[in-house]
Design a binder for this molecule. Structure first.
Ligand code: ATP
Ligand code: CA
Ligand code: CA
Length: 157
C-alpha cells in the first residue's frame, strides 16, 4: 500500500434525477475504503458534449485515497453499476459516469486506465468544477479555450 494520495473524480449524470444521482455519488465516494472526500465542487448544469441526450449535471470531487488507481477505477465502476448504468453504445446517455481525472501526479497509460484523463482539458464540464476546487490544476488559457461550452452553476442545496 502506498501513502494516501489526492485524486480527482469527474461526475456526470443526465438521466432520471441527475441532481440526486450526483449528490449520492459524492456520498458514496466518501464511503470507499481508505478514502475521504476532501472537497466537492458545486453542481453544474451543462450542455451535452461528446455525448447525447438531455443536459448533464456535473461535478468534480477531490479524494484522499489509499487505493491504487486501478482499485479506485474498479470502485468507480461499481458505483456506476449501482446507479443502474448501462452501456448500450459509446457516449450513450447515462445515469452516472465517474471518470478518474487525476491521480497524484501519476501518468498511467494502461489498457483500462489512462490518467490524466485524456479528454479532460477539452471539456468545460470538467475544467470549470475542477478549477473551483483546485485552481492550481487549471490554467486561464485552458478555461478560455472551453469558454464556448454552455455551463451554469446550480444553487447549493
Ligand atoms: P470518456 O472517457 O470520453 O469520458 P465515457 O466516460 O463515456 O467516455 P466509458 O464508457 O465510461 O467512457 O468508459 C470506457 C472505458 O474507459 C472504461 O471501461 C475504462 O476502462 C476506460 N478508462 C480509461 N481511462 C479512464 C479514466 N481515467 N477514468 C475512467 N475510465 C477510464
Ligand atoms: Ca466520461
Ligand atoms: Ca467514464
Amino acid at each position: 500500500m502506498r501513502e494516501p494520495v489526492i485524486a480527482y473524480v469527474g461526475i456526470g449524470a443526465n438521466l432520471g434525477d441527475a441532481v440526486a444521482t450526483v449528490r449520492g455519488a459524492i456520498e458514496r465516494l466518501g464511503s470507499l475504503p481508505q478514502s475521504h472526500v476532501m472537497k466537492a465542487s458545486s453542481l453544474y448544469r451543462t450542455a451535452p458534449h461528446d455525448a447525447q441526450g438531455p443536459d448533464f449535471v456535473n461535478a468534480v470531487a477531490q479524494l484522499q485515497t489509499g487505493l491504487e488507481a486501478d482499485e479506485l477505477l474498479a470502485h468507480l465502476q461499481e458505483i456506476e453499476q449501482e446507479a443502474g448504468r448501462e452501456r448500450p453504445y459509446r457516449n450513450a446517455p447515462r445515469t452516472l459516469d465517474l471518470d478518474l481525472l487525476l491521480y497524484a501526479a501519476d501518468r498511467i497509460d494502461g489498457a483500462k486506465l489512462t490518467v490524466p484523463h485524456p479528454r479532460m482539458r477539452e471539456r468545460a464540464f470538467v475544467l470549470v468544477p475542477l478549477s473551483e476546487i483546485a485552481p492550481q490544476e487549471v490554467t486561464a488559457a485552458q478555461l478560455a479555450a472551453v469558454s464556448g461550452q454552455r455551463i451554469e452553476a446550480l444553487p447549493p442545496a
